[in-house]
Design a protein around this ligand. Structure first.
Ligand code: RP5
Length: 179
């Protein structure tokens, strides 16, 4: 009987450890120059108390790093990947092709075409491999964080509560009349 109780406790702990571990967001980006935009994603995830890790992974400059990250993402307990890229922005699509973890793509505002190139590269994924695409630049990075938190909230009641409270505070802060 005692042994059974011990076994039950062991499996219960294992279950909660794995549930807890599985709630990390990966924020990845193609270059250091993307970080000022992707900080907006970090900002909202911190506010909502969502665990995340941030990395630079370039599809064309560090293809091996990209491959290793995507292949090990599930084993490393990431449950959402937010990928920011600019120009011919293939990073989110390449990552999505190698994992079934949801991928949210953030189009970085490029110097030449103001991010339209990034947006079209990310949003126009061919049928069969989806990338959820948000708005260009800071707004997109922030919303990608909110979307990642929404996905996490499906299995994390604390994050759900934080997200609900954040929405409420957003509504309260809208004045009824303009000044
Ligand atoms: C992409 O090329 C990055 O995502 C970045 O937005 C863009 C320009 O990179 P840098 O030349 O600034 O490193 O890989």
């Amino acid at each position: 009987m005692k042994k059974q109780i011990l076994n039950y406790g062991f499996f219960k702990n294992m279950f909660f450890v794995s549930m807890k571990k599985n709630k990390k967001v990966a924020i990845i980006m193609g270059s250091q120059s993307d970080y000022s935009t992707m900080k907006n994603c970090e900002q909202i995830l911190k506010r909502l108390k969502v665990n995340f890790e941030t990395k630079i992974i370039s599809a064309h400059r560090t293809p091996d790093r990209m491959y290793r990250f995507a292949k090990l993402a599930s084993k490393n307990n990431f449950s959402v990947i937010v990928a920011g890229a600019g120009g011919s922005a293939h990073l989110p699509g390449m990552i999505a092709s190698m994992t079934i973890i949801p991928v949210v793509g953030v189009p970085i505002e490029s110097k030449k075409l103001k991010g339209l190139d990034s947006l079209l590269s990310i949003v126009q994924m061919p049928k069969g491999v989806p990338v959820g695409t948000v708005a260009i630049a800071e707004t997109g990075a922030f919303n990608a964080g909110l979307l990642a938190a929404s996905i996490i909230s499906l299995s994390d009641s604390k994050v759900k509560k934080n997200l609900e409270n954040w929405r409420k505070s957003q509504s309260i802060n809208v004045k009824k009349k303009p000044k």
